[in-house]
Design a protein around this ligand. Structure first.
Ligand SMILES: Nc1ncnc2c1ncn2[C@@H]1O[C@H](COP(=O)(O)OP(=O)(O)OP(=O)(O)O)[C@@H](O)[C@H]1O
Ligand SMILES: [Mg+2]
Length: 164
């Protein structure tokens, strides 16, 4: 543990103190009040990091994969993962739906692309994927965006944005 030699004064309400107390009693090692506050601050700072990296999950048509991949390489994306998946959307995999008629659900092949990017690149990457995967017909796919808490590049030990 690093030397704890910096004193930070904290004045708080009874309610705050009770909240901290409740939290420390829930920890297996019952940390001191100071340690509990140190840990809580660390958790808050780390959760702030989740705003700095985003994961884009794009589900696209398999025959559009080459175009999407090349467009991403053109804008300097340094890595991605791609998986062959099967799924369905609103039409449940059917190209035609007759209202009221019973129809079967069919999973159709798609490609799932996952890319983790610095949040600053998010809009650009999402736009490129949309543009290069669109045909305008049903079944073009979806793009989901989520926060990433941590990234580690195994070989170098780099973390967060530097690891991407
Ligand atoms: N809510 C969802 N959650 C997870 N995956 C989804 C969801 N909706 C669609 N998908 C995935 O995306 C693929 C393509 O969906 P699709 O484009 O058909 O969606 P849609 O809502 O039916 O839109 P459209 O009307 O343009 O076809 C599906 O095969 C499935 O893998
Ligand atoms: Mg659909």
């Amino acid at each position: 543990m690093k030397k704890q030699d910096q004193r930070i004064q904290l004045v708080a309400s009874t309610e705050f103190r009770n909240d901290v107390d409740k939290w420390r009693r829930e920890q297996t090692d019952l940390p001191s009040h100071s340690e509990a506050i140190r840990r809580l601050v660390k958790i808050a700072l780390r959760s702030g990091d989740s705003e700095t990296m985003k994961m884009i999950t794009a589900i696209i048509r398999p025959h559009k994969y080459e175009d999407v991949r090349n467009a991403l390489i053109d804008i300097g994306i340094e890595g991605l993962s791609a998986t062959e998946i099967r799924g369905f959307g609103r039409q449940r995999g059917q190209t035609e739906i007759y209202r009221g008629a019973e129809y079967k659900t069919t999973e159709v092949p798609k490609i799932k692309i996952e890319i983790v990017v610095p949040a600053t690149k998010l809009d650009q990457v999402v736009n490129i994927i949309s543009k290069s995967s669109e045909t305008g017909k049903v079944g073009d796919g979806k793009i989901f965006v989520s926060n990433i808490d941590q990234a580690i590049r195994i070989r170098t030990g780099e973390t967060q944005d530097d690891a991407l």
